[in-house]
Design a binder for this molecule. Structure first.
Ligand code: SF4
Length: 434
C-alpha cells in the first residue's frame, strides 16, 4: 500500500484535539501517515471549532492560504472537519468553493471511503448527526507523553441558550464502559501515567447501570495510571456518589472545573443553566468539605444579553466569595442558531470589555493569593519535561493541576517528585525537589 500523507490543523477545545487523534487513527489503516508540513500532504484538513468569535474568518483566511497546495500537485485534497463544517457548511461551500470535503463530527468514519472515491468537481459533504456514534472501536493515534486524552462521551443535551454545541455535536451518548477501560489499560501498558476523560458534559457519562462515578472507580484499579482527571463536568450532573468517589480515590485529582457562567439568578435562568447561585454555592461547600484542598476553576461570560450592572456585580462578588484557583473569562458573543442569538446584544462591546477586564484583574489577584498559600508546602509533582522558561529546570503538575517548576534533579517525565514550594505567581508554583 502506498503511503499517503495527511496534515491536520486543529482549532478549538481539547475534544477537537482528541478528534484529530481519532481522525489520524481512522486513516492509518488505510495507508495514511500524519505530517507536520502542509507542503508534503496529500490530504489537508482543518479540524474546526464554532464556539469562539471570529472562528469563521480565521478558517476562511487559512483555507485561502492552503488552497495553493492543490495547484502544487494534482490529487491534493483540502477539507474542513469539525463543528464549523457542521454549522456553516453552506457558507463554506459558498466562500471556499475549491473545498473537496466537508465533514461533521459524527461523519468521520466515512472519511477513508470519501478519500478513496474518484475525484469529482463537487465537494463531498457528510454532516449527518448520529445519535449512536461514539467511535468506540477506533484507536486514536495519540501524541507521545505521559498524558492521554480519552473521549468518554460525545454531544450535549443541555441546550444552554448561548451555546452551539448541542446543534453541532448532537445528543449525549457514551462510549461503553468495557471497551473504554480496555483502551485505558492499553494506554497504561504504553506508559501513559495520566488519563484525562473528555466530554462536553463529561459527568453525564452513562453506560446502562454504570455512571461516571463507576467509571472513575474502575479506572482507579488500573495499574500504571497514577492520575485521573476529567473535563468539563456540568454542575447539575454532580452526584453525591461522584463527590464521595473523588474523595476516596487518591488517583483522582483534587481538581474540578465547574463552569458557573454567571452568579446572577436572573442571568442563569436566561442562560437555562439548570441551577441557581445558591445551589451552585451549596455544591462548592459540599465539594470542599468532602475533598479538603480541592482546586476549583470556572468559566464566566461577561455581558450576556440582559446582564445589567447589578448582575455583573453579583458575579464579581461571587468570585471574591468562592476564590477559584483560576477562571476562563470571555466576552459574550452571539452564536447564530442559538436561542440567545435572537435576543441580540444588550451590552455594548465597550461595556463588555470593561466588565471582562475587571473580573480578569480580580481573578488574577485571587489566583495569586490562593497560590501563595502553597509556600512552604511539599507537593507531589508528575514530571512532564523541561520547563519552558528556565534552562535545566523541570516542569509538571501537582494534584490540583497547578504548574510546578523546579531545578532539574534528573527526574524523568512520568515520575512523581516531591517539591517544596518556595515562591509562587498567579499561574505557577516554584520550588525545589526534596
Ligand atoms: S452544558 Fe451548556 S455550555 Fe456546556 S456544551 Fe452543553 S449546551 Fe454548551
Amino acid at each position: 500500500m502506498d503511503t499517503r500523507k495527511v496534515y491536520i490543523e486543529t482549532y478549538g477545545c481539547q475534544m477537537n484535539i482528541a478528534d484529530t487523534e481519532l481522525l489520524v487513527g481512522l486513516l492509518k489503516p488505510h495507508g495514511y501517515e500524519p505530517t507536520q508540513k502542509a507542503e508534503q500532504a496529500d490530504v489537508i484538513l482543518l479540524n474546526t471549532c464554532a464556539i469562539r468569535e471570529h472562528a469563521e474568518e480565521r478558517v476562511l483566511k487559512r483555507l485561502s492560504e492552503l488552497v495553493r497546495h492543490k495547484a502544487r500537485k494534482s490529487g491534493v485534497l483540502l477539507g474542513v472537519t469539525g463543528c464549523m463544517a457542521q454549522h456553516h457548511r453552506e457558507q463554506l461551500l459558498d466562500k471556499a468553493p475549491y473545498l473537496d470535503l466537508i465533514l461533521g463530527p459524527d461523519a468521520y468514519r466515512t472519511l477513508p471511503n470519501l478519500l478513496a472515491q474518484e475525484e469529482t468537481d463537487a465537494p463531498l459533504v457528510a454532516v449527518r448527526l448520529d445519535r449512536d456514534e461514539t467511535y468506540e472501536d477506533i484507536t486514536p493515534v495519540r501524541a507521545e507523553g505521559i498524558r492521554a486524552w480519552v473521549t468518554v462521551m460525545r454531544g450535549c443535551d443541555k441546550f444552554c441558550t448561548f451555546c452551539i454545541v448541542p446543534y453541532v455535536r448532537g445528543r449525549e451518548r457514551s462510549v461503553p464502559l468495557k471497551p473504554l477501560l480496555g483502551q485505558v489499560r492499553e494506554l497504561a501498558e504504553q506508559g501513559y501515567k495520566e488519563v484525562v476523560y473528555l466530554g462536553q458534559t463529561v459527568n453525564a457519562y452513562r453506560d446502562g447501570e454504570f455512571d461516571f462515578a463507576d467509571l472513575l472507580r474502575q479506572t482507579a484499579k488500573i495499574d500504571g495510571i497514577e492520575r485521573i482527571r476529567f473535563t468539563s463536568p456540568h454542575p447539575s450532573d454532580i452526584s453525591e456518589r461522584m463527590i464521595e468517589t473523588m474523595a476516596m480515590l487518591p488517583k483522582v485529582s483534587p481538581y474540578l472545573h465547574l463552569p458557573v457562567q454567571s452568579a446572577s439568578n436572573r442571568v442563569l435562568e436566561r442562560m437555562e443553566r439548570g441551577y441557581t447561585v445558591e445551589q451552585y454555592a451549596d455544591l462548592v461547600g459540599r465539594l470542599r468539605r468532602a475533598i479538603p484542598g480541592i482546586a476549583l476553576s470556572t468559566d464566566i461570560i461577561a455581558g450576556f444579553p440582559g446582564e445589567d450592572a447589578d448582575d455583573f456585580h453579583a458575579t464579581r462578588d461571587f468570585l471574591e466569595r468562592i476564590r477559584y484557583d483560576f477562571a476562563f473569562m470571555f466576552k459574550y458573543s452571539a452564536r447564530e442558531g442559538t436561542k440567545a442569538h435572537k435576543w441580540g446584544d444588550t451590552v455594548t462591546e465597550d461595556e463588555k470589555g470593561r466588565r471582562l477586564q475587571a473580573i480578569i484583574a480580580l481573578q488574577e489577584r485571587i489566583s495569586g493569593e490562593v497560590n501563595q498559600a502553597f509556600i512552604g508546602q511539599t507537593v507531589e509533582v508528575l514530571v512532564e519535561g523541561p520547563a519552558k522558561r528556565q534552562a535545566d529546570w523541570l516542569s509538571g503538575k501537582n494534584g490540583q493541576f497547578k504548574t510546578v517548576v523546579f531545578p532539574g534533579n534528573g527526574a524523568q517525565p512520568g515520575t512523581l517528585v516531591s517539591v517544596r514550594v518556595a515562591t509562587t505567581t498567579a499561574h505557577t508554583l516554584i520550588g525545589v525537589a526534596v
